[in-house]
Design a protein around this ligand. Structure first.
Ligand SMILES: Nc1ncnc2c1ncn2[C@@H]1O[C@H](COP(=O)(O)OP(=O)(O)OP(=O)(O)O)[C@@H](O)[C@H]1O
Ligand SMILES: [Mg+2]
Length: 370
């Protein structure tokens, strides 16, 4: 809510008044100079046959009304000129203000598109247009996300309903099979909800930062996922020395698990290879996860971090993932001020690099003064 403001003069009026003020000041100075120099050259009185004539007084009487007339003219000129000039100069501001109120009322598609050469107003209008475009894109993305999330959350509920209806209509059916399927659907709904919660946690950046060794994360993730890799017939090669960064230990572990999990499940069945490497560079550390797999187009790969994007596999697998794994990775990386690069490998599969800021060296213990 905007705090109530006391009404004041408009900028246009202030500008016109200042302009008139300056014109008047210049006029007064000019007239004063003329008067001073005129006065200096004149004798104060001259003698005539009728006695002494006060020359200065006579000239002053002639000069003063003319000077006052000129000043009045300058005042009118200054006010009018200032008003018109200010109007012309402030016109772009009116357009910017109109666009701001439209945006405040919810219309984000309007743009100012100020014409003319580069100046301060043009810069402001362009910056405002850029801000509106980003805001609009963000809102559209949020709406799409909400629609997708609701759709995904509805699916397990709809399946549960269908399963229960079938069971009600046919009480003689095998209830063991029903429970197994209900359990699967329920587990999937829990996974989805947990992934959504994780995503919002990473987006809010509400976590404490502590020193984290990425190579330890890789070790831990590989250990957790080894049974799954064996089931898929995938070999995991992990390498890398101590790789210090700063962040949330739990979120960075989740990021590593998601990447290695993807590298296992979206791999060639029976003969896949996953390579997870950590490395230290000047100012940054990296985690690279690459895997063999199907040949992927650069265009498809560029969409994979979007929430609920599942590549091509949705059609083939009835138990496909939620499609949030890489979206979560992206959010976690961004929340840690890092960058995520995903590229297709020429022979098939994916090459993912996470670059994070390196941890500052630990503070040296302060020597007590003896
Ligand atoms: N390492 C990878 N190699 C090949 N394709 C991959 C890899 N990682 C992700 N993909 C593709 O990107 C899609 C999106 O991945 P993401 O992790 O976001 O979702 P998901 O694995 O399908 O589901 P989940 O939310 O359960 O992780 C996958 O469906 C897959 O097609
Ligand atoms: Mg995944």
């Amino acid at each position: 809510m905007r705090a109530p403001r006391t009404p004041g003069l408009s900028v246009r009026l202030k500008f016109a008044l200042s302009y008139a003020g300056f014109v008047m000041l210049a006029g007064v100075l000019m007239l004063a100079t003329v008067w001073v120099y005129l006065l200096r050259g004149l004798p104060s009185a001259a003698s005539s046959p009728n006695g002494l004539v006060p020359i200065r007084t006579i000239v002053l009487h002639a000069y003063a009304p003319a000077a006052a007339g000129v000043l009045a003219l300058l005042l009118v000129f200054g006010l009018l000129g200032g008003w018109l000039l200010a109007g012309r100069m402030l016109a772009p501001l009116t357009r910017i203000t109109d666009a701001t109120s439209m945006a405040a009322n919810g219309s984000l598609s309007h743009r100012i598109e100020l014409e003319g050469r580069e100046d301060e107003f043009r810069e402001l209008a362009d910056a405002f247009d850029t801000m509106l475009a980003r805001l609009e894109a963000h809102v559209t993305e949020q709406r799409r996300f909400a629609a997708n999330a609701s759709h995904e959350l509805r699916t397990p509920l709809a399946i549960t309903k269908a399963l229960l209806e079938v069971a009600f209509n046919d009480p003689a059916r095998d209830s063991g099979e029903l429970f197994r399927r209900l359990n699967n659907v329920n587990a999937r709904a829990i996974d989805l909800t947990e992934a959504l919660l994780l995503l919002s946690r990473a987006d809010q950046r509400s976590f404490t930062r502590e020193p984290v060794d990425l190579s330890l994360n890789v070790e831990e993730a590989v250990e957790t996922l080894l049974p799954m890799a064996e089931k898929h017939g995938v070999t995991i090669e992990a390498s890398g020395d101590i790789t210090p960064t700063i962040g949330s230990r739990a979120l960075l572990l989740q990021m590593t698990v998601n990447l290695i999990h993807n590298a296992i499940v979206h791999n060639l069945p029976g003969r896949g290879i996953v390579r997870a490497t950590t490395g230290i560079h000047p100012g940054s550390v990296t985690l690279t996860v690459e895997n063999t797999g199907e040949i992927l187009s650069a265009q498809l790969v560029s969409t994979l971090t979007e929430p609920f994007q599942r590549g091509t596999e949705r059609i083939r697998h009835d138990h496909a993932g939620v499609g949030l794994g890489l979206a979560i990775v992206k959010s976690i990386v961004e929340a840690h001020d890092g960058t995520l690069t995903i590229a297709p490998r020429p022979g098939g599969g994916l090459h993912v690099t996470v670059r994070l800021p390196t941890a500052p060296p630990p503070a040296r213990p302060v020597k007590p003064i003896t």
